[in-house]
Write a protein that binds this ligand. Structure first.
Ligand SMILES: CC(C)(COP(=O)(O)OP(=O)(O)OC[C@H]1O[C@@H](n2cnc3c(N)ncnc32)[C@H](O)[C@@H]1OP(=O)(O)O)[C@@H](O)C(=O)NCCC(=O)NCCS
Length: 176
């Protein structure tokens, strides 16, 4: 892999961007360790169903450990999408998996913001970030009935390889 960020950091943060959805201009930027409150608030506004789809387990509350992992620059790179009021309405995370150059990808869009193109936009940005920073593959575990996420991943070239206990595992190869 090439293009490491500052010492101790796994990937370089992604460039900030704007994205229009539902007539609002959202600000997309890389999260930092200071973003605990927006991430907690986003999770608090999401339905149990969305949280289950994201974590593949019932999570009544975001644990301190998961929160810390989501924002740890040594092992993750997270994008946040914020509306003009400053609320974080979606996030998407690359989490380093075995070795330095493969990652797990996962997305969480607040329920009222789903089906407005945000999941597609954030996934596309993470795939671009991963590719330009030399990662070799991305993996995702998705509930078999989660059509929107399966469609988004397939549109980016991911291929399903395992279906176990109702979960589809996909891999997106980034190198030829
Ligand atoms: C799955 C998830 C990330 C998808 O994000 P999203 O923002 O709803 O996805 P998009 O809006 O980009 O795409 C979803 C659908 O809406 C459609 N869409 C996109 N923009 C749209 C718009 N402006 N108006 C109407 N539909 C739109 C897309 O074409 C897509 O349709 P398809 O499923 O038939 O292909 C989101 O629903 C979510 O967070 N769910 C809960 C957590 C989860 O499942 N995470 C995935 C685990 S890795």
């Amino acid at each position: 892999m090439h293009g490491h960020a500052a010492a101790g950091s796994w990937l370089r943060p992604a460039a900030s961007a704007h994205h229009e959805a539902a007539g609002q201009l959202l600000h997309i930027r890389s999260a930092t360790t200071s973003d605990t409150t927006p991430v907690e608030e986003l999770h608090a506004r999401c339905s149990p169903r969305s949280l289950y789809q994201r974590y593949l387990a019932p999570i009544p509350r975001l644990s301190a450990r998961t929160l810390q992992q989501l924002l740890d620059p040594c092992s993750t790179s997270t994008l946040l999408a914020q509306n003009p009021q400053g609320d974080t309405v979606a996030m998407a995370t690359l989490a380093r998996s075995t070795g330095d150059d493969e990652a797990h990808l996962a997305v969480l869009v607040e329920d009222t913001w789903q089906h407005r193109g945000l999941g597609t936009a954030l996934t596309g940005r993470l795939v671009h970030q991963a590719r330009t920073q030399g990662l070799r593959a991305l993996h995702a575990d998705v509930l078999a009935g989660n059509r929107p996420m399966l469609n988004i991943l397939r549109a980016n070239g991911a291929v399903a390889h395992t279906i176990e206990y109702g979960t589809t595992s996909l891999t997106l190869r980034l190198t030829p």
